[in-house]
Design a protein around this ligand. Structure first.
Ligand SMILES: Nc1ncnc2c1ncn2[C@@H]1O[C@H](COP(=O)(O)OP(=O)(O)OP(=O)(O)O)[C@@H](O)[C@H]1O
Length: 241
């Protein structure tokens, strides 16, 4: 479904941060990217999310090369492959529900957006997504009162309401307490298994990737040094990263 071949990225006038990166990812897989600080994890995610241009290599999604997609195709792809930064951008003085509904606005006629009248389908869809993220009791709360993990989950709900089929998430559990991290990862894994959502997440710290991911991609100095099933890494594999 996602096929990357020999991807290379050089910062203009600067270092090469990704080189010869090749892998394939199937729909519904939960893939974790591991690697030391500066190894190129975020850059790879940003390239996959079409937030960064790369210098060479091919990138094919559902059998179609990114280069063969027109502007409309690329915009659709950016909606279907949602990029979630480490600290999600939410409207702090708006409720959880409103923040999630923003994701549905591309399907909402302009007059409804201007008058603020929400379609009952959109409302129910958003509430359903909020409930699935375990945030039903917070739906009416403003985003500034949420914890880091709750904000992540609102951003995930918003992306799914927006029609995302793939989530590209930078550090979904960094800074979370173990209990919340487990909740977030269990939720993500459930999405892959029950809804076929594909997840590619930078998860470097601890053994979260080993415990939750179907696959682990490992980067070292911009090179792919590991591509294995999700399992406990051997000492030799740890040393590669
Ligand atoms: N705009 C830029 N200009 C110069 N160097 C950059 C730029 N963006 C990224 N880099 C460099 O590219 C390398 C990879 O960066 P990236 O953010 O992908 O690392 P990372 O593996 O995500 O690190 P961390 O775990 O610390 O977030 C780093 O050495 C970084 O300094």
């Amino acid at each position: 479904m996602i096929k990357v071949t020999q991807l290379a990225k050089q910062i203009p006038g600067g270092p090469t941060v990704l080189s010869d990166v090749s892998f394939e990812i199937q729909r519904g897989e939960f893939v974790a990217i591991k690697g030391a600080s500066g190894s190129g994890k975020s850059m790879l995610l940003r390239c996959l999310a079409l937030r960064e241009k790369w210098n060479s290599g091919t990138y094919v999604v559902d059998g179609i090369s990114i280069f063969d997609k027109g502007l409309a195709g690329k915009l659709k792809l950016r909606r279907e492959m949602a990029y979630l930064e480490e600290k999600p951008t939410l409207l702090h003085n708006r409720t959880v529900l409103k923040n999630v509904l923003i994701g549905a606005s591309h399907q909402t006629p302009l007059w409804r957006r201007l008058t603020g009248r929400i379609r009952s389908d959109d409302h129910m869809g958003a509430m359903d997504m909020i409930e699935k993220r375990g945030l039903l009791d917070k739906a009416g709360m403003t985003a500034d009162k949420l914890s880091g993990g709750e904000k992540q989950r609102v951003a995930i709900a918003r992306a799914l309401v927006h029609g995302a089929k793939t989530l590209l998430i930078d550090e979904p559990v960094s800074g979370l307490d173990p209990h919340t991290a487990e909740q977030v990862l269990t939720d993500l894994k459930g999405m892959c298994q029950s809804q076929g959502v594909t997840i590619i997440a930078v998860i470097h710290q601890g053994d979260w990737a080993e415990r939750y991911a179907d696959r682990i991609l490992g980067l070292n100095s911009g090179k792919l040094v590991l591509d294995i099933k999700g399992r406990r890494l051997t000492e030799r594999e740890k040393q590669l990263l």
